[in-house]
Every structure is written in C-alpha cells, then in structure tokens.
Design a protein around this ligand. Structure first.
Ligand SMILES: Cc1cc2nc3c(=O)[nH]c(=O)nc-3n(C[C@H](O)[C@H](O)[C@H](O)COP(=O)(O)OP(=O)(O)OC[C@H]3O[C@@H](n4cnc5c(N)ncnc54)[C@H](O)[C@@H]3O)c2cc1C
Length: 408
C-alpha cells in the first residue's frame, strides 16, 4: 500500500479520504470499531468564529475566575505533573508576538474550514449532515449579557457574523428554558454536524467503498526511514511507503520515540445525552455562556457538554462533572427527558500549549507525517486538515506555525 493513516477519528478519516482522492492506496489503522474518542463525544459545533488561539493573556487572566467547581476549568492535583509544565509553556505561548503569529496561522485555516466541510459532504454524498445556520450564545443575567456582548463585539470572529437575538429568536430560546434569558446573540453562518456517529460512519463507508482498507488494531510503534513500518500490538508489522499519524492525544506515544518532543495534554471534557427529549427541531446549538456549557440537538439525542479538565488521557473520570451537568440542565429547565439515566461520556481534546494543531513532516528525509493536536477545533478543522495533509504528502508543506519543530 502507499500510505497508512494511524487513527480513525474525524481527522484521520478526512486525511484518508483526501489522500485516496489523489489515487493513492490507503490503509487506515484504528483500534476501535465504534469510536468513543472526542470525535464522537464533541458538541458538533463547526466553530468558525474561534479564530484566536486560546493561549492568550486574556485567557490566563480569566483562569482564576473559571476554576472548578465555580467554573469549568479543572486542574486536578492528581494531574499536576501533566498540567504544570503544560501551563508554563502556555504562559510562554501567550506572549503578544507568539499569540499574533498563532492567530494569523489559525485564522487562515479556520477561514477555510466551512468550505472544506461543504466539499467533503458533497464528496461523500452526505450534505444533509451539515447545517450552516449558526448557533446562539445566551446569558442569564443583565450584567453577564452586557459583558458577554461587549466581549464578542470586540473579538475577532473571522468570517463568522452575528446579530443581537431578535424578539422571535428570544421567544424561541425562552421556550427551551424555564429561567429568564437576559440577552442572546445569534451567529448566522457557523455550523453543526447533525450527528457525530452518523458522520463517522459516512466517512468510513465512503472510504471503504472507494477501496480503502481498515485494520481494526492497536498500533504499538512506528519506524521512519525509506521503508517505514507500523508495528501492531499483536506483533504483526504493516509496511508502507508513507505513514500519517492522526491519533489525537495518543499521537505523542507513537511519535516521541522517533525523537520529537510533544508537550500535548489531555484536555478532558464531559457530556450527558438523552436519547428522548423535547428540543425543538431545527434549533441550532445553544451556548449557555455563564455556565460554559453548550447544548446540541443531535439525531441521536440531546447533548449537554462542558469542562476543560487538564489531565492524563487514561485517568478515571470525575463523576462530579456529570452531576454538575445534570444540575445545570435542571436549573435551566432544559427539555431533557429521564435526566437521571442520561448517557455519560468523557474524553480528551488533544491540546498543545499554544492551542495550534501539529501538522507537518517529521523529518525532511523521512516518510512519517503527522496531523493532530486540534484542541477545541478538531471537528471544525477536520476536513481542511485532510486537504492540507494530502497537499503535504504531495510536496506542499503545511504552515511552519504548525510544525512540531516549535517545541524542540
Ligand atoms: C466535550 C468536547 C466538546 C467538543 N466540541 C467540539 C466542537 O463542538 N467543535 C469542534 O470543532 N471540536 C470540538 N471538540 C474537539 C474535538 O472533538 C477534537 O479536537 C477532535 O475530535 C480530535 O479529533 P482526532 O481525530 O484528532 O482525535 P480523536 O477523536 O481522539 O481520534 C483519535 C483516534 O485514534 C485512535 N488511536 C489512537 N491511538 C491509536 C493506536 N495506537 N492504534 C490505533 N488507533 C489509535 C483512537 O482510537 C481514536 O479513534 C470537543 C471536544 C470535547 C472533549
């Protein structure tokens, strides 16, 4: 085969499809048949408004006020060995000059995210999976509405535009919550994936229908060189001409033995989801900004997601986060049914300290490439990352801002 893609999350699947479209023979190696990673558990929001890297002085200044349990940012003591060095690197990355360079690089790809998703959905015959009619941001007090609206008005939102919610829109929002809505804005051209599970299945089905091979197996390690090899945990070795590592937060374990430093952290989030609910059909995602919670109506159920818990990918979940989500939902009176038996999920955003992805080639002479570290924007950027990876393997380098060299 020509190329092995390691990792079949939303990023790896898009890379596999884009490479396949160039006429290459592709094998995707993914250990899970039914994905449980962030590619499944995310909030489904195509966030083209988020063009500023989260590693900023504003984010650092606001951190104390956002700490759990008051806010959504959790720094568990048990994970201090992970988040302390990460935070020191983040402080460095937030310096004005690095922030400005990061913002230029990130906003350029975010600007291409929605067109790339349109191309991808058309390409796999699944245009119904993408809606592009925006999302709401809601505030629960006059004070937070004033501050929140001012912050969004001052922010750079790239190609995304918003307006103050109209009377009709406020009425629609009031119909889903029993607490007063003191203010809201409506983004007009951001997006939503109708169902994450169906998206992953549709991407995979298109890949297989076009001759792609999926091996369900755990990759133990990779060698680089003229003839790279992917060794499975079973001991089997799969040879290829080229390898692309797109294994989310697990990419570190596969790539660091090849001589790079990857200061990635598992930025863990949680969701609850009720299959039965009364969310109005057609209502886009709603962010309850005072609670740092986003609620999305998917085909498979109504989902409330939140929390940024800096830790280790394989640590046990903190059950209090699901309790907190349930409390938010009940306090807001949101139309979840059987809240006590809602599905519970947690998973890791793959996040680097400057909140930029890692997309590039490991060494100029080698045959291993990488695309991971998409933090809060992995769903948003998956389709454009696929296109960039295909260009990269045919000789057009990715932006240097995304190279792993920045951490060496
Ligand atoms: C609560 C929450 C809400 C979010 N909401 C949004 C949102 O609304 N919009 C947005 O754009 N982003 C959102 N994100 C971020 C987004 O989900 C991630 O950035 C994205 O899913 C990363 O995709 P990925 O394919 O790189 O990694 P993953 O989804 O982690 O996939 C990696 C895959 O690689 C496989 N793998 C790993 N190691 C190996 C190995 N050794 N062998 C074989 N297979 C392996 C794993 O099984 C996995 O399937 C959210 C994240 C969270 C946690």
């Amino acid at each position: 085969m020509d190329v092995i893609v390691v990792g079949g999350g939303v990023v790896g699947l898009n890379i596999a499809l884009s490479l396949q479209a160039q006429g290459q023979t592709i094998t995707l190696i993914e250990r899970e048949r039914n994905r449980t990673s962030a590619s499944y558990g995310n909030a489904g929001h195509i966030a083209i408004e988020q063009v500023e890297p989260l590693a900023s002085m504003a984010m650092i200044r606001s951190a104390p006020g956002r700490l759990y349990p008051k806010g959504a940012l959790a720094l568990p003591l048990s994970a201090i060995a992970h988040w302390l060095p990460f935070s020191l690197r983040l402080l460095h990355a937030a310096k004005a000059s690095r922030f400005a360079a990061g913002k230029a690089a990130l906003s350029a790809v975010v600007a291409q995210a929605m067109p790339a998703w349109h191309r991808r959905m058309a390409n796999i015959g699944a245009t119904d999976l993408l809606r592009t009619d925006g999302h709401y941001i809601v505030w629960e007090s006059a004070e937070s509405a004033r501050k929140g609206r001012a912050a969004w008005t001052a922010a750079d939102t790239g190609t995304a535009i918003f307006h103050d919610a109209t009377e009709a829109e406020l009425r629609e929002l009031s119909s889903i919550t029993s607490t007063p809505v003191h203010g809201a804005i409506r983004f007009e051209n951001t997006g939503q994936i109708i169902d994450n599970r169906r998206l992953l299945e549709a991407l995979e089905a298109a890949f297989v229908a076009r001759g792609g091979v999926i091996i369900t197996a755990d990759v133990a390690n990779i060698t680089d060189g003229n003839a790279p090899q992917v060794r499975l945990s079973s001991g089997d070795v799969v040879p290829a001409r080229k390898v692309v590592v797109a294994a989310g937060v697990w990419s570190k374990a596969l790539l660091e033995p090849l001589g790079v430093t990857i200061p990635i952290i598992a930025e863990r989030g949680y969701h609850i989801q009720s299959p039965v609910h009364k969310w109005p059909k057609g209502l886009p995602p709603v962010v309850f900004e005072d609670r740092s919670m986003i609620v999305t109506g998917f085909e498979g159920g109504l989902r409330a997601a939140s929390f940024v818990e800096l830790g280790h990918v394989s640590g046990p979940p903190d059950r209090s986060k699901w309790t907190r989500l349930r409390r938010h939902v009940s306090e807001l009176g949101l139309p979840f049914t059987n809240l006590s038996s809602a599905d519970e999920w947690y998973g890791a955003r793959p996040t680097l300290p400057d909140y930029l992805p890692a997309i590039g080639r490991l060494t100029p002479e080698g045959n291993v490439w990488y695309a991971f570290g998409h933090q809060h924007l992995g769903l948003t950027l998956a389709a454009i990352t696929g296109e960039m990876a295909a260009d990269m393997l045919s000789g057009t380098p990715a932006p240097t801002a995304f190279s792993l060299k920045r951490f060496q």
